[in-house]
Design a protein around this ligand. Structure first.
Ligand code: MN
Length: 301
């Protein structure tokens, strides 16, 4: 009799531990869907702001996501002439078209279709980002990623990533380009970034699916860049031009609805953010200092 009771207790304990296990491997759900908003930036470039807009100011550590996608040269030809940055990172990812960057440190390079550039502005940089085409489709993205307080004033650095070095994972009904982080044994070339980012470019046909492991407390979003994608445990349909914010969880599930999406995740910094134009710091005084340093030519010293 006693033995039987012990057994029952054991199975109850087992059931409890299984319940705990399944709750920690929970799948992320969609907590909000936000349409991107048309705006202009640089010297008059038309773009859609998917993050860092009125609907969603930021998703720590991500500060902004812009998409430029147009065949009209008037929308992009003005580009982004010389401008400063301090205190964060700008990430450019090109799908179609060509951009050239030049900076105050002497770096110069061309962004081709399928390439990426992870630029850590740190204490300061002045650079230009200009289209290297006069006609045809220009399609790309710029993501802003925050730096932790103690790393905002590090020397600037670049990771220029050629299309060939971005690994591609072939799925039964789709493909994944891994720019940063890992999925199914493929690891992206971006390294040494404070917020431990995951950055994927996912294409799924109808019927295709992808399960991506993510550190449970990292913030994550999916921005649909073409067609539609079913996102999260509820398989909510998210259409092109919309950004789905995800709840916490250890896996992110995507199901194909004939579409393409950027998938981002990163460690939230949980620090105060003071931002003004091209500067992102922790306090208003640090922003004033950045503006003063830029005006007096000391930003890049
Ligand atoms: Mn810039």
């Amino acid at each position: 009799m006693l033995k039987r009771r012990e057994l029952l207790l054991t199975s109850a304990a087992l059931a409890l531990s299984c319940a705990k296990k399944s709750s920690t491997t929970s799948s992320r759900a969609v907590s909000a869907v936000i349409p991107s908003q048309p705006t202009k930036d640089g010297a008059g470039v038309s773009l859609n702001r998917a993050l860092g807009n009125r609907a969603l100011g930021m998703l720590d550590p991500f500060l902004m996501l812009d998409e430029f996608q147009t065949e009209n040269p008037d929308d992009y030809i003005a580009g982004f002439p010389d401008h400063p940055h301090r205190g964060f990172e700008t990430v450019t990812y090109m799908i179609h078209g060509a951009m050239e960057h030049k900076d105050s440190v002497g770096n110069q390079g061309r962004l081709r279709p399928g390439s990426a550039q992870w630029m850590t502005a740190g204490r300061g940089i002045v650079h230009s980002e200009m289209p290297k085409q006069e006609r045809g489709l220009m399609w790309g993205f710029q993501l802003w990623v925050n730096l932790p307080a103690q790393r905002k004033m590090i020397p600037p650095r670049y990771q220029d990533i050629a299309p060939e070095v971005i690994p591609e994972l072939a799925l039964e009904r789709g493909r994944v380009r891994v720019i940063a982080g890992s999925v199914e044994g493929k690891t992206g070339p971006v390294s040494g970034i404070d917020v431990e980012p995951l950055f994927l470019d996912v294409t799924l046909e109808k019927g295709g699916s992808l399960t991506v492991p993510t550190p449970a407390r990292h913030n994550s979003f999916v921005f649909v860049t073409d067609g539609a994608m079913r996102v999260g445990s509820s398989r909510e349909e998210v259409k092109k031009g919309h950004l789905a914010v995800l709840s916490a969880g250890e896996v992110l599930r995507l199901d194909g609805e004939q579409g393409r999406a950027l998938v981002l995740a990163g460690r939230p910094l949980g620090e105060p953010v003071s931002r003004w134009g091209p500067f992102v710091m922790n306090t208003d005084d640090e922003i004033k200092q950045a503006i003063e340093d830029y005006r007096s030519g000391r930003l890049t010293l």
